[in-house]
Design a protein around this ligand. Structure first.
Ligand SMILES: [Zn+2]
Length: 160
């Protein structure tokens, strides 16, 4: 993923129009032998499905693949009408995302891994799961759904 580009509007669904996975085609890939914390090869599916309120086992959830190539992330965001920025290089854009739900994208350069985490409220980012503690993480991208209000947030005592 090229950082610092920010998102285009893409084929953003109209207000009130429900985004779906219809028409989205993943880039075929051979599953690489990645090292690092096990069990998170489905983090893209899990984070995007939580953001879009697609339940496990639902048709949209089932359309995800394991460990998609990084280039698919931008296309997926465009397809779903999501916006993104680099929070460090584009703080003014990130500032417009703060009271929305979204996804945080982390890179672990030493391990050549990335990990995405659903964030109900981008103002109050949830920490990475503890299994990532040994690794140096760079938060290099924030994805936001500007159509939604924040989800349940422990820090705000909203919806919890
Ligand atoms: Zn909050």
């Amino acid at each position: 993923m090229a950082p610092g580009e920010g998102s285009d509007i893409g084929e953003t669904p109209l207000p009130g129009e429900r985004a779906t996975m219809d028409g989205f085609v993943w880039t075929p890939r051979a599953i690489p032998s990645l090292r690092g914390p096990a069990g998170d090869m489905w983090c893209v599916r899990d984070a995007f499905s939580e953001l879009m309120a697609w339940r496990p086992g639902s048709p949209e959830w089932l359309r995800f693949i394991e460990a998609p190539v990084p280039g698919d992330m931008d296309r997926l965001c465009d397809h779903l009408g999501l916006h993104w920025c680099d929070p460090d290089r584009q703080p003014e854009i990130f500032g417009t995302y703060l009271d929305r739900p979204g996804i945080a994208v982390y890179a672990f350069h030493g391990e050549r891994l990335s990990h995405v985490v659903y964030q109900p409220h981008l103002r109050h980012l949830r920490p990475l799961p503890p299994q990532y503690a040994p690794f140096q993480a760079e938060l290099f991208r924030i994805i936001a759904d500007l159509r939604q209000a924040p989800g349940a947030c422990l820090r705000c005592h909203v919806g919890v």
